[in-house]
Design a protein around this ligand. Structure first.
Ligand code: UD1
Ligand code: UDP
Length: 354
């Protein structure tokens, strides 16, 4: 088959790496980068770290308000789909590139496969929740990472074309964990001792766009006294600058630009705890067996909380500081994201279209 894969944001590069490798064994893949993320540290570094093939198209859509960014991507992806006439379009996750890619293909009657289908936070104030719901409702093939995702789709009446395949991020992590341990010097670079520091990521608008939330999170981290490695997302950097907080970070918070995937994996794997509002980072913390403190009140990855390895604390200074002190998972982890091999299982499932 001729397959157009549409990616555009950091987590999508990571998700497409293992799938692209499997797809290219039996199909022709045309890789489309929407250009939603474009800085070296948000885009190119992942193509290098994960050996992702050079995109066939970079659409340069760039940043903008929700509707404008989605509209730009929609129009530009449509042009590519008209030219390439693929048998299938694949989209990942829940970004504006996901929504625009899925819509563009569906309107041209090109079958759509959604990888990481069925996730729900049940919080429609998140742009991602709108993106997920719409993408799932126009998709023909829905590749779910968890049983919860399959159930969420069933509740919305989506039962056909649904496959429980596990999570492609398990494949990315399994493939790269050893490479990261061998190549990354991130601990030396920041003077960190294994097991004696925290990793922090924050990029959700609900946190970044609230001065109060950002102040509470940073103050809580300051209270811990532990070294905190803080790779700062560009959205977060901009907002910290606008609040005048960028130069007033607590002394133990080591802020740096976004990390490449291998450095990030190594930094997370050796951390005492991880604090985040990222979806992917919650999952990776679980897979690496590092306790996760989530700076949100909801999560799509409910199994990580049910399993006792993730705790939701919002942006509350006391709850964050308390979790850093006391949160300690008691249970063994189970295989909530499935065995390695989700990418292969997706390619297997695609045979029904041939
Ligand atoms: C997007 C996704 C989010 C995902 C995140 C992954 C949507 C609605 N949101 O959020 O689901 O978790 O990517 O990281 O699609 N910027 C740069 N350089 C870049 C990219 C962005 O400076 O390479 C800045 C721009 O000022 C931009 C802002 O970051 O306005 C936000 O970027 P955008 O892609 O709109 O959303 P994210 O917050 O990255
Ligand atoms: N990540 C990274 N460098 C960083 C921060 C995150 O490589 O500085 C990786 C992280 O390991 C995970 C993915 O990016 O694989 C998560 O992406 P992000 O948090 O941007 O988006 P989300 O998963 O919340 O959509």
């Amino acid at each position: 088959m001729r397959i157009v894969t549409i990616v555009g944001a950091r987590p999508q590069f990571i998700k497409c790496a293992p799938l692209s490798r499997e797809l290219r064994r039996e199909h022709t893949e045309v890789l489309v980068h929407t250009g939603q993320h474009y800085d070296y540290g948000m885009s190119d570094v992942f193509f290098a770290d994960l050996a992702i093939p050079e995109p066939d198209y970079n659409l340069g859509a760039g940043s903008g308000p929700q509707g404008m960014q989605t509209g730009e991507i929609l129009a530009r992806v449509e042009d590519v789909l008209l030219k390439e006439e693929p048998d299938l379009a694949i989209v990942f996750g829940d970004t504006n590139s996901t929504l625009a890619g899925a819509l563009a293909a569906a309107k041209l009657h090109i079958p759509v496969a959604h990888v990481e289908a069925g996730l729900r936070s049940f919080d429609r104030t998140m742009p991602e929740e709108i993106n997920r719901v719409v993408a799932d409702h126009v998709a023909d093939l829905l590749f779910c990472p968890t049983e919860t995702a399959v159930r969420n789709l069933a509740h919305e009446g989506i039962r056909n074309g649904v496959f429980l395949v596990g999570d492609v991020m398990v494949d990315a992590l399994a493939y790269n964990r050893g490479i990261a341990a061998e190549r990354s010097r991130v601990l030396q670079r920041f003077g960190l001792q294994p097991g004696n520091y925290l990793v922090l990521t924050v990029h959700r608008p609900a946190n970044t766009d609230s001065r109060e939330n950002m102040e509470a999170i940073l103050a809580a981290l300051g209270d811990t006294g532990l070294p905190v490695l803080f790779p700062v997302h560009p959205r977060t950097r901009k907002m910290l600058e606008s609040y005048g907080l960028r130069d007033r970070l607590p002394a133990n918070v080591l802020a740096t630009g976004p990390l490449g995937y291998l450095d990030m994996l190594e930094a997370m794997a050796r951390a005492a705890k991880i604090l985040t509002d990222s979806g992917g980072v919650q999952k990776e913390a679980y897979l690496l067996g590092v306790p996760c403190i989530t700076l949100r009140d909801t999560t799509e990855w409910v199994e990580t909380v049910q399993d006792g390895w993730n705790v939701l604390v919002g942006a509350d200074r006391e709850r964050i500081a308390d979790a850093v002190r006391t949160f300690s998972p008691a249970k063994e982890r189970s295989m909530i994201f499935g065995e390695v091999g989700a990418s292969g299982r997706i390619v297997e499932a695609l045979r029904i279209l041939m």
